[in-house]
Ligand binder design. Structure first.
Ligand code: MTE
Ligand code: HPA
Ligand code: MOS
Length: 690
């Protein structure tokens, strides 16, 4: 049993395979090809049981994976009953495969006694350590997990690697030989979890200005066969069903549907993008109902600063910069002018139609399980002045290792090349949280800062004594340690510290302050702060084929005081394009027996370089230090910009709505594939004719 939160997840299916493609056996062989051939020869006799495959069916039959949660704030039903306008509707958004370039992999190497070292592609070494120790029936101190880096994780390697590592370790333990388990792309896609698809139903009451008075939103998620991280994902969806808007009376219900499909898991945004799709559909629907612009509806509903500033889960929003940020972007790119230009274009084009939309994003930073918001680091200074850095975070391409090394180099004021970034290992920094929730640099950066500061203080004491000055007069600058006009190189200072028998090694620890969460009542202040951003996307659709293209995207993203603008811009660009893929071309299809039909790049279309908008301008909000004391006042950046891509989906809906002169609300779910767009266009034509 390797379930991360609820113990309900067998590494290999025992009596019942709960979804088509669930691993039931593992074969060890001398070569990869032999193993593949041998695995094909395994004959399994299945007795087919009737599966529950869709969210609708599971919801109707009340097949839930855990007790359905809800957020209750004020009296939503009462407010809707009294409201002058009421709308209802539904919307669906699909799941998403992570499609990291490196598929899941683990190399298990047996050591003395029952020791085992596992090199695992995991965002969560500690959880892999727990899973492997559990499966082998040994203590945690018998197991060491090492991660040099991953070829992408995106949430797909937060909990899923345990099964791969556990199977490799089991075979290595039995054979006393090293065993590597590497999944082929198809197996990776079939047997590991994806983003949760969601079905939303909403009923909203609002006033003549479009100000929401009451909102009931049901959020039903496909969790798959086991719980995995679905509790956290659904909770985060519920906690982002407000996005940037104040909802005075809210009832948000989560429906964690148990289906006979692979267990879904973390994916960049962790339910947040899905929750935002729901509320943004609502905003658009209100605008449609009142015949007003979505900008006006947004403006009427923004969180306030003094009042109207409490979320449905009762966290006060104290750092709100959303209205200014959105206004600024709209002005800078002349949103009204761009809308007019699109009117003009559409008026003189018959088959091509353009659309445009803005997407504001407010994303809560911290794991929504408070205990995960802690981190450790280990720093050594050697007597030649070189620095060894280790921390509990993992590198998956997001630039965490460089950011944390920058922190240490900046504490010691030594060149970053002087800081060795070592692989993540559970025997160096134990009991870690996953590198997830975008909190990697917040948590590990601060832990490394604390470790480095500790050593720096000791070194300062030694150097102060050496020069007969007070430690307050010691300054670390440009690879040297200064006492007034006198100085030592950093290396000399390190050597001197050792000579004086003062330790040059320290651990650092950090826990996020001021957060709390009651999972039963779904209330508290789970987020240390919010990261804000806005995007305007312009698209064109071909009304004859349903094909679409993103023509332009302009982004303004708050990252606090950026730790590394180059990395942050890369994160914003990557997140946006990844989100674009989710909402436009990446479609997961199962057949009626629950077999995943889209398990490779030939049938599952991720964005390519030519899908990146030709006009793609990413700007970081300047002079916007975090108002809470994070590491150098930076903000988390990994996930928030993914949600900016919802602008693309909204722009596609805008383009479709324009074909009917805005008379009809488009029926277009996500992903807005060519088929879906064509169907939505057809639907508007039919409504026009009847
Ligand atoms: N960027 C790259 N290149 N590869 C990844 O796998 N994962 C994303 C994001 N950016 C990812 C990425 C996800 S899901 C998260 S939670 C964060 O990075 C995790 O890293 P951080 O906390 O250090 O930002
Ligand atoms: N994000 C990512 N992973 C998590 C979270 C979260 O908020 N909570 C628990 N695991
Ligand atoms: Mo990211 S989904 O929190 O790994």
């Amino acid at each position: 049993d390797i379930g991360p939160i609820f113990g309900d997840e067998p590494a290999l299916a025992q009596r019942i395979a709960e979804y088509a493609g669930q691993p039931v056996a593992a074969v060890a062989a001398d070569t990869y090809d032999q193993a593949l051939v041998a695995a094909k020869k395994v004959a399994i006799e299945y007795e087919e049981l009737p599966p529950v495959l869709s969210i609708e069916e599971a919801w109707e039959k009340e097949k839930f994976i855990y007790k359905p949660p809800k957020i209750i704030y004020g009296d939503a039903e009462g407010a809707i009953a009294k409201a002058s306008h009421v709308i209802d509707g539904d919307v669906f958004c699909g799941g998403q495969d992570h499609f990291y370039l490196e598929t899941h992999i683990a190399l298990a190497v047996p050591g003395e006694d029952r020791d085992m070292t596992v090199y695992s592609s995991t965002q969560h070494p500690t959880e892999v350590q727990h899973g492997v120790s559990h499966v082998l029936g040994v203590a945690q101190n018998d197991i060491t997990i090492e991660v040099r880096r991953m070829g992408g994780g995106f949430g797909g390697k937060e909990s899923q690697p345990t099964i791969i590592a556990a199977i490799a370790a089991l075979l290595a333990d039995r054979t006393r030989k090293p065993v590597k388990l590497r999944l082929r792309r198809d197996d990776d896609m079939i047997a590991t979890g994806k983003r949760h698809d969601f079905l939303f139903k909403y009923r909203i009451g609002f006033d003549d200005d479009g100000r929401i008075e009451g909102a009931v939103i049901d959020m039903a998620a496909r969790c798959g066969n086991v719980a995995d991280l679905s509790g956290g994902v659904v909770a985060r969806a519920l906690c982002h069903g407000d996005n940037a808007y104040y909802i005075p009376n809210a009832l948000f219900r989560g429906w964690p549907c148990k289906t006979n499909t692979v267990s879904n898991t973390a994916f960049r945004g962790f339910g947040g993008p899905q929750g935002m799709i729901a509320i943004e559909t609502v905003i658009e629907h209100i605008a449609h109902e009142l015949g007003k612009s979505v900008d006006d509806i947004r403006a009427a509903n923004w969180y306030g600063t003094e009042d109207r500033n409490v979320t449905p889960y009762q966290q006060p929003v104290t750092d709100n910069i959303m209205p200014e940020l959105a206004d600024r972007l709209a002005k800078e790119i002349d949103l009204p002018g761009r809308r007019k230009a699109i009117d003009a274009f559409n008026a003189c084009h018959i088959s091509l139609k353009k659309g445009i939309a803005m997407m504001p994003v407010k994303f809560g930073i911290s794991f929504n399980a408070p205990m995960l918001n802690q981190a450790g680091a280990l720093v050594h200074v050697y007597t030649d002045g070189s620095v060894h850095l280790n921390h509990g975070g993992t590198e998956m391409g997001q630039g965490l290792f460089v950011k944390v090394a920058q922190v240490v180099s900046s504490v010691f004021q030594v060149d970053i090349d002087n800081v060795k970034i070592s692989a993540t290992r559970t025997d160096k920094v134990p009991n870690t949280a996953p590198t997830a929730a975008s909190a990697g640099s917040d948590l590990n950066g601060m832990a490394a800062f604390n470790a480095a500061e500790e050593i720096k203080g000791r070194m300062a004491g030694v150097v102060a004594e050496h020069f007969h000055v007070s430690p307050d007069n010691i300054e670390f600058r440009q690879n040297r340690v200064y006492a007034g006009n006198e100085s030592l190189s950093f290396a000399e200072a390190a050597q001197l510290t050792w000579n004086q028998r003062v330790s040059l090694s320290a651990t650092g620890y950090y826990r996020t302050p001021d957060i709390h969460w009651d999972g039963e009542s779904m209330t508290g202040s789970p987020f240390y702060y919010f990261t804000y951003g806005a995007c305007v996307a312009e698209v064109a659709i071909d009304t004859l084929t349903g094909e679409s293209r993103v023509l332009a995207a302009d982004i303004l993203q708050d990252v606090g005081s950026s730790l590394n603008p180059a990395i942050d811009i890369g994160q914003i660009e990557g997140a946006f394009v990844q989100g674009m893929g989710w909402l436009t071309s990446e479609e997961l299809v199962w057949d009626d027996k629950g077999r995943l039909m889209t398990h490779g790049p030939s049938t599952y279309k991720i964005p390519g370089s030519r899908d990146v908008p030709e006009h793609f301008k990413v700007h970081i909000l300047n002079d916007a230090p975090n108002c809470v004391p994070t590491i150098f006042r930076s903000k988390a950046v990994g996930e928030p910009p993914l949600m900016l891509s919802i602008a693309v989906w909204l722009a596609l809906r805008d383009a479709v709505a324009r074909t009917g002169g805005y008379k009809y609300l488009p029926r277009l779910n996500a992903p807005a594939t060519p088929e879906a767009i064509l169907t939505a266009l057809e639907d508007i034509k039919i409504r026009e004719e009847t």
